[in-house]
Design a protein around this ligand. Structure first.
Ligand SMILES: [Zn+2]
Length: 580
């Protein structure tokens, strides 16, 4: 998702969820689970958050969800623009991971379920919050493949502030034609189509069929499989996603779209299909503005590996909202302007389009490398925001990239951790964007070996975790193994704790220069992290841990805080500190 500046997206960091009396019983029932979750979570995350049964249904991997693995979704939709309603059918193909008869499928409670069918028999189900508990007509055996059909209709939730507060957007384009889009990251795809709405389970592939009123075009994810007409002459746009896809990445865009096709060719001669869908009248602007796409793809491919979804191609789709990383059909709403709606937040007058760069970065981070729980959304956003820095370094060099990385430091709050709470669909703090980027930049300079650093990043995105679902522990283990360095405490401090590590220091004039004493004060026991000092214009790495240590330096020295992110605190130069 695009980062939002100067205001908190309330769904990301609402301090407390209101729980009515009606849900008190359910709350008590699940209090134990919530306590367990909170207890296991870092003490530093002690924020006043209350979760209800609905959060658990949405966020937990309960047995009625782990009992099946989704293989394929075949989603049919008819869109009624005048009533702002949809009618749909989703055929869910899945494999049983254990013997079971009861399973959970999610769909928002405001949507009406017409029928649920299994092997031509109706399925009994009950609805609770935004989920449905299905009782199948027979027991399924482990390893069995089966399909389930769900027909439904209704007026889906309207987005209040897309993409941060999602739902449908019903509007008109400049040429007065209907313009409809949907974004649902965080809130969930189940607001508009029935699915197993948990990040951990992506279908291996998906088909989306979209029927829209005459004169309009429906653009969805992946490959364009053409237009078909049924007996009544109804026009259907067919799309196919040939890779695993996050539910929230599935999207439809309806409007008076014009299709522009291009091809990207890499150094080895391999080609990638590029498709742009813009509202009629924007073709010229788009042709000029989207010239930055190919150099960007070349940079990302160099540092992150090949575009992860080559068979589906790369696409930008003009949307009435700012942007979203919809796989193979990136939502683009930056109005063909540079920066973030016209302004370069790094203050360097850089001319690239922030939305193109950021949302494309998500094709590697989020769409290919996916967090299995939204609590680990930082994996998507921190690495993706760091991709912006990679892009700046590619095009403008290291120094400009360092300025870019540090430019938004003052916007970081450091009062809630960037990791959320597992099992209740809870995201960490919005700091996951800028703080995440600053942390990864710190890690690069701690490792102090660019060849190793870039190899580690590329192996992560292009090999070890490509097209896979992962989590905090796996990422940390990967970094420790790949770099052969004890970086786990760094991840713990920056990701799990809100506070930054504090570099306490004191200095004293000595005969041959200055004696500098330093130690780390942090939440993590025995925290150790090297820092960089600039000595007469030369950068020198110095090891610091949680015990006071001293080093004698020439009289002119400077802490290099562009290459690492921490709080610097000068303390009084007392004798007891020497051994303290
Ligand atoms: Zn993002």
């Amino acid at each position: 998702m695009a980062s939002k500046i100067y205001a908190y997206p309330y769904h990301l960091c609402a301090p407390m969820k209101f729980v009515s009396d009606r849900y008190q019983r359910a709350r008590l029932k699940f209090a134990a689970l919530v306590f367990a979750v909170l207890y296991n979570f870092s003490q530093a995350h002690a924020q006043d958050v209350v979760f209800d049964r609905g959060d658990t249904l949405r966020g937990a991997l309960s047995p009625v969800r782990t009992c099946y693995d989704v293989n394929h979704y075949d989603l049919w939709l008819r869109i009624d623009t005048s009533y702002q309603s949809i009618k749909g059918k989703n055929t869910i193909s899945f494999s049983a991971t254990t013997d079971f008869q009861d399973m959970q499928v999610d769909l928002f409670k405001n949507m009406v379920v017409a029928t649920i069918t299994f092997e031509n028999q109706p399925v009994q189900f009950k609805r609770e919050f935004n989920s449905m508990l299905l009782h199948l007509p027979r027991v399924l055996s482990k390893g069995e493949h089966a399909t389930l059909e769900i027909e439904y209709f209704g007026k889906p939730r309207v987005a209040k502030n897309p993409p941060w507060d999602g739902g449908f957007i019903w509007t008109t384009s400049e040429n007065n034609q209907p313009w409809i889009a949907v974004s649902c990251q965080g809130i969930g795809a189940s607001l508009w189509w029935p699915c197993k709405d948990h990040l951990s389970d992506e279908p291996d592939s998906m088909d989306i069929h979209c029927q829209v009123p005459q004169g309009l075009v429906c653009v969805s994810n992946g490959q364009d499989r053409g237009i078909t007409f049924d007996k009544e002459g109804i026009k259907t746009f067919n799309w196919h996603v040939s890779y695993p896809i996050n539910n929230y990445n599935v999207s439809i865009n309806i409007g008076d779209y014009v299709h522009m096709h291009d091809v990207y060719q890499d150094e080895t001669g391999d080609t990638l299909s590029i498709d742009y869908y813009v509202i009629r009248g924007n073709e010229q602007k788009a042709t000029e503005h989207f010239k930055q796409v190919k150099p960007m793809l070349a940079c990302y491919e160099k540092f992150l590996g090949k575009y992860p979804f080559p068979n589906d191609g790369y696409a930008l789709v003009q949307t009435p909202y700012l942007g979203m990383e919809h796989q193979g059909a990136i939502a683009y709403g930056n109005k063909f302007r540079t920066g973030y709606l016209g302004s370069d937040r790094s203050g360097q007058q850089l001319k690239f389009d922030y939305i193109i760069i950021h949302e494309t970065g998500h094709e590697w981070w989020g769409n290919s490398v996916t967090a299995g729980d939204i609590a680990d959304m930082w994996i998507h956003e921190s690495f993706c925001t760091y991709s912006e820095a990679i892009y700046v370094e590619c095009l403008h060099g290291y120094d400009t990239a360092m300025t870019y990385v540090n430019a938004l430091k003052k916007t970081v709050q450091n009062n809630t951790s960037i990791m959320g709470i597992y099992g209740v669909n809870h995201e960490g703090h919005y700091d996951m964007y800028v703080k995440g980027m600053l942390f990864l930049n710190t890690l690069r300079h701690v490792i102090n070996n660019d060849e190793l650093w870039w190899n580690t990043i590329k192996t992560l995105s292009d090999s070890t975790f490509k097209h896979s679902v992962t989590n905090y522990n796996e990422i940390v283990e990967f970094f420790e193994e790949k770099t052969k360095m004890p970086v786990a405490p760094l991840f713990e401090q920056y990701v799990k704790h809100p506070e930054l590590p504090v570099l306490e220091y004191s200095s004293k004039k000595a005969k041959n220069g200055t004696t500098l004493r330093m130690r780390w004060a942090s939440n993590v026991e025995n925290f150790a992290m090297p820092i960089k000092l600039i000595l007469d214009g030369t950068s020198v790495q110095v090891n610091v841990n949680s015990k006071w240590s001293r080093v004698t330096l020439p009289s002119s020295y400077k802490f290099d805080q562009l290459t690492s992110y921490y709080t610097l605190k000068k303390v009084k130069n007392k004798r007891r500190m020497i051994n303290g």
